[in-house]
Write a new protein. Structure first.
Length: 553
């Protein structure tokens, strides 16, 4: 039987970080990953980001059930099935989240996870390179495993977006991951020397080189629990079922979709649901699979009157040139994810911190890589950050090979519709600023004819897309919270020797993309696993707009 002190399920963002920190501390670690290698240009070349997410080789291929408030649309729910997990197929955008997000975690029962508590872990994991685009290094880490860089921002549309935000009356920020998130400015990305700097590249490979950390390729079927204690993981590989034994603990880091599925298959979850599938109940935890959250976004697209967008590279010849240059030099268009300008704004007076995020892209294109037929253009991905809607991940059957049922319950609240309408109208105002005058053509979507609430609602229902930020299904909270799944040290409540550490433990979704807070969760959880005193809290105070009560900007 293969054995290690710690067995981690999932070589994703949090799992790789934990493997590194546990290995560094002299522990033996086995990481179980169902997916295969992350080698090759589809994953490692930043500009190729639309490919791996649409390849069954790298993606679990999950889909939602028909979404009731989106006219029954079935939505794609990509999750990385590859070394590095979703950090190997994501858009490489690095957003810590807002300070208030983590303070909310602590207030809702995740004691020790306030902004003051987590900021030192963000610093520990980062090696930040500002690229001359501004920001205060005192807020950032300088020697962590995760390189954070900024794109060259040479495209005039990328610069026009930030200037248009300023002209519309919003702040400009040199670093939304530093003291001030609110405003427009440069995007941070997990790209280093022209390559995707995934959790596998940053953490797992160095850990396997230096310490007693091993990777086992196999399909985790369930956690083995004996007398209330997790003792190992049952996996399928090579046509056989075997158990990998954990001398100390099992750590589930399999994503907000697979982590609750694995807990339920192991007998941890809502008792009635488990019994319905003939699974013996080990721990009746009503919250397993519940509290599912995500970010939705719309692509606001404009034509460009000058040939300044990336459309010129969208032909077969253009893509071949970009690819060849990247292969030989790791430079050029291929070395950037093209998301180089960001915006975080508040939707209304009385909102104390940003609740709308912008990803600006100097081309009109879909996330699956299909360019708009209109040719040159630009777009902003826009969406609200804190939807009140909640969904669930449940078992389809007791067969580990069956995908779980996923229902996000998107747009279930009237507030969701109000927030999206406001986001569309605020974006139109930004695109109408003088900075875009030299380039602005007509609106591709929603289109100038789409103006009334009802017209906007129809557009939203048909065109809203997931930003692929699922989280919350194994909520962290106080042990007396009936919906909490793990305590503030990531221990599964009611089972010994078992922890969960990934985006499933988020009590509430954070602002922006979830890769950074997922890695931070792994970093902090590793200290809890090792029984270490957490890093001393920070006393740095984030900027909150002093006029938030009376003004929207």
């Amino acid at each position: 039987m293969i054995q290690a002190d710690y067995v981690i399920i999932g070589a994703g963002s949090a799992g790789c970080a934990m493997a590194y920190r546990l290995g560094e501390a002299g522990k033996s670690v086995i990481v179980i990953e169902h997916g295969g290698t992350d080698a090759g240009p589809f994953i490692q070349m930043p500009a190729a980001l639309s490919y791996p997410m649409n390849m069954r080789r790298y993606d679990w291929g999950f889909q939602t059930e028909p979404e009731p408030h989106l006219g029954g649309r079935v939505m794609a729910t990509p999750r990385g099935k590859v070394i590095g997990g979703s950090s190997s197929i994501n858009g490489m955008i690095y957003v810590r989240g807002h300070a208030r997000d983590f303070d909310h975690w602590a207030e809702s029962g995740a004691a020790g996870w306030s902004y003051a508590d987590v900021l030192p872990y963000f610093k520990r994991m980062e090696h930040w390179h500002d690229g001359g685009h501004g920001g205060d290094p005192a807020w950032r880490g300088a020697d962590g495993p995760l390189h954070i860089t900024r794109g060259p921002r040479t495209n005039p549309l990328t610069r026009a977006f930030v200037e248009a935000g300023r002209q519309a009356g919003y702040p400009v920020t040199g670093d939304y991951n530093g003291e001030q998130q609110e405003g427009f400015g440069p995007f941070d990305s997990t790209i280093w020397r022209g390559r995707r700097w995934s959790a596998a590249n940053a953490y797992l490979r160095p850990a396997m080189r230096q310490w007693n950390v091993k990777l086992v390729q196999g399909f985790a079927r369930k956690v083995v629990i004996e007398n209330g204690k997790a003792t190992g993981v049952e996996i399928a590989r090579g046509g056989k079922v075997e158990v990998i034994a954990a001398g100390a603990e099992v750590i589930v880091a399999a994503s907000s979709i697979n982590s609750p599925k694995l807990l339920m298959l192991s007998g941890i979850g809502p008792a009635a649901h488990l019994r319905q599938h003939g699974i013996a109940v080990v721990a009746d935890r009503a919250g397993v699979g519940q509290n599912l959250q995500d970010h939705l976004e719309l692509y606001m697209q404009m034509t460009a009157t000058q040939p300044v967008s990336l459309y010129k590279y969208w032909s077969l010849m253009g893509k071949a040139w970009v690819g060849a240059r990247w292969l030989f030099t790791r430079t050029g268009i291929g070395a950037s994810n093209q998301f180089e300008s960001a915006g975080f704004i508040r939707s209304a007076a009385g909102v104390d911190y940003p609740d709308i995020q912008y990803h600006f892209l100097p081309i009109a294109v879909r996330y699956d890589g299909q360019a708009a037929a209109e040719g040159h253009g630009f777009q902003a991905h826009v969406g609200p950050m804190r939807s009140p809607s909640r969904g669930a991940v449940t078992l389809r059957s007791a067969d580990p090979a069956d995908a779980p049922k996923i229902v996000f319950n998107y747009m279930a609240h009237d507030q969701d519709w109000q927030d999206f309408r406001r986001a569309i109208r605020l974006t139109r105002e930004i695109f109408a600023q003088e900075a875009f005058a030299p380039y602005r053509g007509y609106e591709i979507q929603p289109g100038a004819a789409c103006q009334s609430d009802a017209e906007l609602d129809d557009f939203i229902r048909e065109h809203v897309e997931s930003a692929y930020h699922p989280c919350g299904t194994c909520k962290m909270g106080a042990t007396d919270d009936p919906m909490a799944v793990v305590d503030p040290e990531n221990r599964v409540i009611g089972v010994q020797g078992l922890r969960v550490a990934d985006s499933s433990v988020f009590p509430r979704i954070t602002n922006g993309n979830l890769n950074a807070p997922s890695i931070m969760t792994g970093e902090k959880a590793a200290d809890h696993v090792l029984g270490r005193q957490p890093l001393p809290p920070s006393n740095q105070q984030p900027w909150i707009n002093p006029n938030w009560r009376e003004s929207q900007r």
